[in-house]
Design a protein. Structure first.
Ligand SMILES: Nc1ncnc2c1ncn2[C@@H]1O[C@H](COP(=O)(O)OP(=O)(O)OP(=O)(O)O)[C@@H](O)[C@H]1O
Ligand SMILES: [Mg+2]
Length: 483
């Protein structure tokens, strides 16, 4: 049984297919060989067009073209979309389902048969209603969603860091997409992924870079021809599209040409953009990016030298300045390169997760109606004596896997200790449920650490560790079903 991984981006989607018979993963390519599909849907005449075809006619049919169906679907403030051509409102699920239908058809064409099961890579922290909308929309388009995973987790999976043989490694994942850059820190160890910190910034993104280049070109056009075009929606739309193509070709070439017939008031625009000029134009976003990375490291208490590997994901991470900046910030880190483009990282990771589910026999039991990322269904609390007040360590809905460390100390002269692990009450009026007790003796003086971890499958472990010599004084494991 084959399975599909979909990177559902705000700008483009990529699709990877795992062929069980051949045990290979391939990225879907359309008739023109393009491996990225713009997440766009348009209504024109009596037809519905999607992907690149929708983008290509957008400047002539802007009101009936939706170039970022993912953002519509993921926004809880948008329920319906007015389509002037149809003179009616459609639900966002319905509009986006046409996008998934296109993917469904392209897969059928490439594989030669219908493959419905898929894993979708999405940004983090989507609430339950939004997940439901996404699943409904994919389902209406002919896809059967078996799991949703976070973009940063798919990047880790694409590089096989979820395999049990992985040595402990401090990892930074940078996903430079169209709408934002997301940065995530993970402690990766023995196949477990422990999120340490994350941040998202929209100041450095494909969209900001393209807008800066387009503003530069509009200024040049106004200077040369005395015609301002920056207020002209159609001109700017075309200019932005060409600037994006120029930005992409500057990732491999030193110079790009931007040519647009009749950009504004019948006047053509033609210009060359060097890589150096492009890098100059995006200086400020890069300052934001560096500051955000430094702030995230500081928050986690990590030095740049302690980061052992950096994974680059998202289309924008092909930009040479991104790679050189990261390499200079993390001179001792490894930059693993997969056998795929950085923009394909999330779909490959999602597909490998689907392969894992399939090989483990989990695919049929994987949720279809409303799949959720693994989360804690009850909060976890800790008390220092049975019946004593407990403190919450992990709140309900914490995304799994997770691992936290707390510092603790025994009163002076005391060598025996007690820790109780509890799950928060389901109803407010109920008391928290004890899950287990840890009793330990012979603790040396000094600091202790409580290490609480919950695996992706919900197994909880709690350890008391003596900080001075890392001795584990006591530990406790609670199988998933009991928690
Ligand atoms: N080879 C390349 N060189 C430079 N930029 C590129 C390249 N390929 C893609 N991009 C740019 O990367 C950005 C889109 O990346 P990606 O497809 O990862 O975004 P997305 O996943 O749709 O967006 P988001 O993750 O924000 O939802 C676009 O601005 C695109 O122009
Ligand atoms: Mg993305």
């Amino acid at each position: 049984m084959s399975i599909v991984g979909i990177d559902f981006g705000s700008h483009t989607a990529s699709v990877a297919i795992w062929y069980e018979e051949k045990n290979v993963v391939e990225v879907l390519a359309d008739d023109l060989g393009s491996r990225t599909i713009p997440t766009a849907v348009a209504f024109r005449g009596d037809e519905i067009i999607t992907g690149q075809a929708a983008i290509s006619q957008m400047h002539k049919n802007a009101n009936n073209t939706f170039d970022d169906v993912r953002s519509l679907l993921l926004s809880d403030s948008v329920a319906n979309i007015n389509v002037p051509l149809l003179d009616k409102d459609l639900t966002v699920q319905e509009v986006s389902s046409h996008f998934f239908r296109n993917i469904h058809n392209q897969i059928k064409q490439q594989v030669g048969k219908v493959v419905r099961d898929c894993v979708i890579s999405v940004p983090k922290s989507l609430d339950e209603d939004i997940r439901k909308r996404l699943v409904e929309s994919a389902q209406a388009g002919g896809m059967r969603v078996k799991a949703l995973i976070e973009d940063s987790v798919s990047a880790l999976m694409a590089h096989h860091l979820d395999e049990p043989s992985t040595a402990p490694t401090r990892t930074l994942v940078l996903d430079l997409g169209w709408s934002a850059t997301s940065l995530s820190l993970y402690n990766v160890s023995g196949g477990l992924l422990f999120p340490v910190g994350t941040t998202t910034l929209s100041e450095a993104s494909g969209c900001t870079f393209v807008n800066l280049v387009a503003a530069h070109c509009a200024k040049e056009f106004a200077r040369k021809h005395k015609i301002p075009c920056d207020d002209n929606k159609k001109s700017m739309m075309r200019l932005r599209r060409e600037c994006e193509n120029a930005m992409k070709s500057l990732s491999t070439g030193a110079e790009a040409t931007i040519d647009i017939d009749s950009l504004c008031e019948g006047v053509d625009y033609s210009s060359k953009l060097s890589r150096a000029r492009f890098e100059d134009l995006i200086t400020i976003p890069f300052m934001h990016l560096k500051n955000a990375i430094n702030a995230l490291l500081a928050q986690a208490g990590w030095s740049a030298d302690s980061v052992q590997q950096v994974l680059l994901s998202g289309g924008g991470s092909a930009i040479p300045k991104v790679i050189s900046t990261l390499k200079s910030m993390f001179p001792t880190a490894k930059f693993p390169v997969g056998r795929f483009e950085p923009s394909e990282t999330p779909c490959i990771g999602a597909c490998l997760h689907g392969k894992f589910l399939s090989q483990q026999g989990l695919i049929e039991s994987a949720p279809t109606a409303s799949p959720v990322a693994p989360i804690l269904t009850r909060g976890l609390r800790i008390a220092s004596a049975a019946g004593a007040d407990s403190v919450e360590v992990l709140p309900v809905n914490t995304v799994l896997p997770v691992r936290v460390e707390l510092n603790a100390a025994l009163p002076a002269g005391q060598t025996k200790g007690f820790v109780q692990l509890l799950a928060t009450a389901v109803e407010l009026a109920d008391a928290a449920t004890p899950l287990g007790d840890l009793v330990f003796e012979h603790a040396a003086e000094g600091e202790l650490r409580l290490v609480l971890a919950v695996s992706e499958l919900g197994e909880i472990s709690l350890e008391v560790v003596q900080s001075a010599d890392q001795t584990v004084l006591a530990n406790l494991t609670v199988p998933a079903a009991e928690a």
